[in-house]
Write a protein that binds this ligand. Structure first.
Ligand code: HAM
Length: 417
């Protein structure tokens, strides 16, 4: 363990990187608000039950990946592994439970104790949206369209949208029976996890990434064939609404998603630029049960992994957003000039001009080096004669051209602002 490294699977987001993060966040705020979504900030930890009940006890996330701890009052708390359950916990106190539509989005860190790899972090960040209260296939399609709109706006193209239906609770027994009948004779050759999934949650088998299991899964029946006509129609309407918007998709009958709350529509977006961890975003319609609430809360939403969005941008050759640089750097020749420049810098900053300077008397060479290092666009050298004449030369650092300017904030701001 190096003293300067954070724990495995976490990392600092450095000043050189934050401008690109800000772009992802600000663009999310801009695009989501076009669709009427408002930001909701929930706590980073919740009562453990919120996730246990919300995501399902049998999910990998709940069984193996949560950061759960007891606080000093003996309460079991968990660092949020995803955003949906906390958002629904918050909305369960509203009329969303009675079918009134709520549109919210969130941005922030999530925590899962997974084995770290490229694109798989223990602290990662999601931008996500949830539409709670209403059930409508057109809403599901609009939600997907909004995700694609967001990705386009941050420069991400070339994704493939995988789509499937999970049906509703009453559709499941017949589909599960069909899966059981199909997998039972093959179980001997399948991995230990699949053997367990067969007993506890057979749908999860469809998700297995093991080579031998995949070759068996490939020929499994499509569970959707066993769903009610109503559920099939719901899915058809989602597909039709997407097609009407010109959005192409691939129906993948094996797509079940890792969380148990999904009903009807599920989807994932993948990008070849990601290698092994291909999903940049995932989501779907859900019915979430929360502790202390009799009724389930209905919704549709998704989350995109911000680290993965950044990886895809890089794979696509999109340059990071450059760091903010000073517009002007004030160089002080002597103590009097230093005092003058400190006051001048304060006025320039209040006028909205990013201003850099050394706060101690240094040589001209060393101050010009600082201006270079900070990539200042302009410099102004202030010494005895400039203070006397009230004029100075404004130097453009890109082409070394100079122009005379009155030595006051308004005049400088007027020239470069
Ligand atoms: P999820 O598929 O578990 O869904 O996560 C969504 C996205 O978060 C993934 O597609 C991926 O980009 C990113 N992600 C997940 N785990 C990691 C990790 N360990 N490291 C880096 N990125 C990761 C959900 O979280 C659902 N709450 C989405 C949702 C919202 N469904 C309905 N509403």
């Amino acid at each position: 363990m190096s003293k300067s490294s954070p724990p495995p699977g976490t990392s600092d987001i450095l000043p050189a990187e934050t401008p690109t993060w800000n772009l992802l966040e600000n663009t999310a705020k801009k695009i989501f608000s076009l669709y009427g979504y408002k930001e909701l900030r929930t706590p980073i930890f919740e009562y453990t039950e919120v996730f246990q009940r919300g995501l399902g006890d049998e999910t990998e996330v709940v069984k193996k990946e949560m950061y759960t701890f007891e606080d000093r009052g003996g309460r079991s708390l968990t660092l949020r592994p995803e955003g949906t359950a906390g958002v629904m916990r918050s909305l369960s106190g509203t009329d969303a439970l009675n079918g009134v539509e709520h549109r919210v989005f969130y941005i922030g860190p999530m925590f899962r104790g997974e084995r770290p790899a490229a694109g798989r972090r223990r602290q990662f960040h999601q931008v996500g949206v949830e539409n709670a209260g209403k059930v409508s296939p057109e809403l599901d399609a609009e939600c997907i369209a909004m995700l694609l709109h967001y990705l386009e706006e941050i420069g991400i193209t070339g994704t493939t949208l995988y789509l499937n239906t999970r049906g509703v609770a009453s559709d499941r027994p017949a589909a599960e029976q069909a899966l059981r009948d199909y997998f039972a004779p093959h179980l001997e050759r399948m991995c230990a996890d699949c053997k367990e999934r067969f007993e506890r949650n057979i749908w999860r088998i469809l998700d297995c990434k093991q080579e031998t299991c995949r070759s068996i899964i490939e020929h499994a029946p499509d569970p959707a064939e066993f769903f009610s006509e109503e559920s099939k129609l719901y899915f058809k309407k989602v597909c039709d609404a997407l097609s009407a918007m010109g959005i192409s998709y691939v129906v993948d009958p094996r797509l079940v998603r890792g969380l148990d709350y999904y009903v009807h529509t599920v989807f994932e977006l993948v990008h070849p630029g990601l290698g092994g961890q291909t999903a940049i975003a995932g989501g779907g319609r859900y019915e979430l049960r929360l502790p202390g609430s009799g009724k389930p809360i209905q919704g549709v939403g998704y989350a995109a992994g911000m680290e993965r969005l950044l990886m895809v941008r890089e794979a696509l050759g999109i340059a990071p957003v450059p760091e903010e640089c000073p517009k002007v750097f004030l160089v002080s020749m002597g103590e009097k000039a230093l005092a003058f420049n400190i006051a001048l810098a304060a006025k320039l900053r209040k006028a909205g001009i990013a201003t850099g300077m050394e706060l101690e008397a240094k040589s001209l060479k060393s101050q010009m080096r600082s201006a270079d290092r900070l990539k200042a666009a302009w410099t102004v050298v202030v010494g005895e004669s400039e203070l006397e004449s009230g004029k100075a030369m404004l130097k453009n650092m890109a082409d070394s051209s100079q122009k005379e300017v009155a030595l006051d904030a308004e005049a400088i701001a007027g020239e470069i602002g």
